[in-house]
Every structure is written in structure tokens, then in C-alpha cells.
Design a binder for this molecule. Structure first.
Ligand code: HEC
Length: 139
């Protein structure tokens, strides 16, 4: 993608330079900007819009809840974290509850609503469910 964009950029600059003689710099500058926008160079990529739930979980949750949501980490044991792999948290209706817990915190869990963006909270709630579903196929 990176290499593709650089090649495309060079081609567009070349085309823009060729245009200067005919159309003048004013028009060319506009068409160069338009083609840069079209090629996606100046637009945020999909990574910015679609937060990676796994990365958010590993960075912000796994220390207490463990990589599998069972809470078997030293911090998890000290704080008496419950196993997230139960029916209660696996149900689709639990998504807003997980998001609320992350945003506002619960008695022994700190709120992360100012640290994480709404799309990161949504992504981590989805990931929490996928993760516990994968680790607890019977439940
Ligand atoms: C500092 C440790 C810690 C971190 C970090 C942490 N949690 Fe928790 N979490 C807890 C503890 C402790 C509880 C149990 C709280 C209680 O019962 O008072 C809990 C409870 C929960 C619950 C159940 C909430 C409820 O209503 O009972 C969910 C869901 C949850 N955590 C998800 C997450 C997710 C997702 C993250 C990361 C974005 C996260 N936690 C980060 C310690 C933590």
C-alpha cells in the first residue's frame, strides 16, 4: 500500500507538471489536490476508524482479566476479578453492559472512559465476547 501510494504520487506529480504548460498552476494545484484526495493519501485510513479490540484488550484489560478473561493474573487474583467467560457476559445483550463497565468502572475496576475512545470501547467489548466464547466453548 505504502509503495503503491508513493508510485501513484510520483505519477500524479509528473502528470501535474505536464499540465502546468497547458493549464497554468492554479488549475493544476487544484487537480493535484483532488487526485491526492481520491487516492486516499490525505484521508484517514481504515485503521483509524476501526479500532483493534484485541490490541485494546491486551493493553488495558489483560493485566487484570488475563489473556483469556479468566482473571488468573496476580492483579486479577488480588482484586478478585470474576471469570468473564460466563453466560452473563457472552450474551449479545451484555455488550452495552461491558461498554458501561469499561467507561464508568465498577467498584474494584477503574473507569477508562477518558482514556479510551468510544470506538475503542465498542471494539474491546466485542473482542471480550469473542475471546471468552473462544476460550469457553461449552458456555
Ligand atoms: C485494575 C484491574 C482491571 C482492569 C485494568 C480492568 N478490569 Fe474489568 N474488572 C476488574 C475487577 C476487579 C472487576 C470486578 C469488579 C467488581 O466486582 O467490583 C472487573 C469487572 C469487569 C466486568 C464486569 C462488570 C460488572 O458489571 O460486573 C467487565 C465486563 C470487565 N471488567 C471488563 C473489562 C475490560 C473490557 C477491561 C479493559 C478495557 C477491563 N475490564 C479492565 C478489574 C479490572
Amino acid at each position: 500500500m505504502e509503495a503503491y501510494n508513493v508510485a501513484l504520487f510520483r505519477r500524479q506529480v509528473g502528470a501535474a507538471r505536464r499540465e502546468i504548460g497547458v493549464t497554468g498552476w492554479r488549475v493544476t494545484r487544484g487537480s493535484l489536490l483532488a487526485s491526492l484526495l481520491l487516492s486516499g493519501l490525505l484521508l484517514p485510513g481504515p485503521a483509524a476508524a476501526d479500532a483493534d479490540g484485541k490490541a485494546v484488550y491486551e493493553k488495558n484489560c489483560a493485566g487484570c482479566h488475563g489473556p483469556d478473561g479468566k482473571g488468573a493474573t496476580p492483579a486479577g487474583k488480588a482484586l478478585k476479578v470474576m471469570d468473564l467467560g460466563t453466560k452473563q457476559w457472552a450474551a449479545p445483550e451484555a455488550i452495552p453492559e461491558i461498554e458501561k463497565a469499561v467507561r464508568e468502572g465498577v467498584p474494584r475496576m477503574p473507569p477508562l472512559g477518558t482514556k479510551l475512545k468510544p470506538e475503542e470501547i465498542a471494539a474491546v467489548a466485542r473482542y471480550t465476547q469473542e475471546m471468552v466464547a473462544a476460550g469457553n466453548p461449552q458456555q
